[in-house]
Design a protein around this ligand. Structure first.
Ligand SMILES: Nc1ncnc2c1ncn2[C@@H]1O[C@H](COP(=O)(O)OP(=O)(O)OP(=O)(O)O)[C@@H](O)[C@H]1O
Length: 298
């Protein structure tokens, strides 16, 4: 298996604060890897190590199967902390500045504009662009070097739902074109539809890493029950179902098996009304929050 990115026991300390702790990131070639975590989890710190903006306190970064070298950056396109654009220049001229700095031929500019669906507005000034267009222009400049790995740090930040959808479409397309994409976000819903693999980071530690579908498969079922006689129902059911708990206005039974009929029968025999009873599967958000809060899932 070939890994485009690998970190080995990567640890970063800022004075007294540990921003990354023993992180072993593995990104396979050809995947869309979502790095997900709440604010301050360590996503940007991790990404900055990949592009050489930070050096590890301990541990190692490997790119394309080799220890990190500056030359690897030729094969990496990155959009970190928003695009650096000149508002008074057109989209094309903005890319021309970057192309000159990178030393890549100017014919790449139209190609990059095409890749992010901005070809027809290449002569428009960047200052007139919407936030979504500015983000796409930033990505176009990251594409000028025809990278093998594209790193997008919170690319959906501040975008409206249409802009978020467009961004997901682009990421899919980049992957189909052969790029490996690393995309970070603190909002699960923004990336869960696009990623193939997921790394969940919290307080500087990687809490989960693997396929999105494998994480979903770890989800548990539970029965959720609503009744106007909550306490009575709890007292009645608890001896038969010791794992039963009260959550807000509901009774919740984790890992229930086929017990719904038994619960309804017990309650109705004792004259307790059931307003609603459902078997619910953990969704990704529930799993994500559990990982982030407990920190001990694997
Ligand atoms: N230059 C710095 N000096 C000291 N502490 C820092 C520095 N940069 C980041 N940190 C701390 O390291 C931790 C990780 O920060 P980081 O920016 O990597 O998180 P993040 O997951 O990218 O968050 P966000 O989604 O808010 O950007 C945070 O607690 C942050 O306060």
């Amino acid at each position: 298996m070939s890994f485009i990115v690998q970190t080995v026991h990567l640890t970063k300390k800022y004075r007294n604060q540990i921003a990354l702790q023993n992180v072993n990131l593995l990104i396979e070639q050809g995947t869309i890897y979502g790095l997900l975590g709440p604010n301050g989890a360590g996503k940007s710190t991790l990404i900055k190590h990949l592009v050489g903006l930070l050096r590890p306190t301990e541990g190692q970064v490997l790119l394309f199967g080799e220890p990190w070298r500056r030359e690897h950056l030729w094969h990496i396109g990155a959009l970190i902390e928003g695009p650096a654009l000149y508002g008074h220049l057109t989209a094309w001229e903005n890319l021309a500045v970057h192309a000159t700095l990178l030393g890549v031929p100017k014919n790449r500019i139209d190609e990059a504009l095409e890749q992010v669906d901005l070809r027809n507005v290449g002569s428009k000034k960047a200052a007139q662009f919407s936030l979504g267009m500015k983000q796409r222009l930033g990505i176009a400049s990251a594409l000028l070097s025809r990278p093998k790995l594209l790193i997008l740090d919170e690319p959906t930040n501040g975008l409206d739902p249409a802009g978020i959808r467009e961004m997901r479409g682009l990421i899919h397309r980049f992957c189909q074109q052969g790029m490996t994409v690393l995309v970070s976000s603190h909002i699960l819903a923004e990336i869960e539809q696009v990623v193939t693999h997921l790394g969940i980071i919290s307080k500087g530690q990687l809490r989960y890493q693997g396929r999105l579908r494998d994480l979903l498969a770890q989800g548990q079922q539970r029965v959720e029950l609503e009744t106007p006689q909550l306490q009575q129902a709890y007292r009645l059911l608890q001896p038969s179902f010791p794992a039963l708990r009260v959550e807000g206005q509901k009774l919740v039974l984790p890992n229930p098996g086929a017990v719904t009929a038994q619960i309804i029968s017990l309650l109705t025999q004792h004259g307790i009304a059931v307003t609603k009873i459902d078997t619910v599967q953990d969704d990704l958000e529930t799993l994500f929050l559990r990982l982030v809060e407990s920190g001990n899932y694997r």
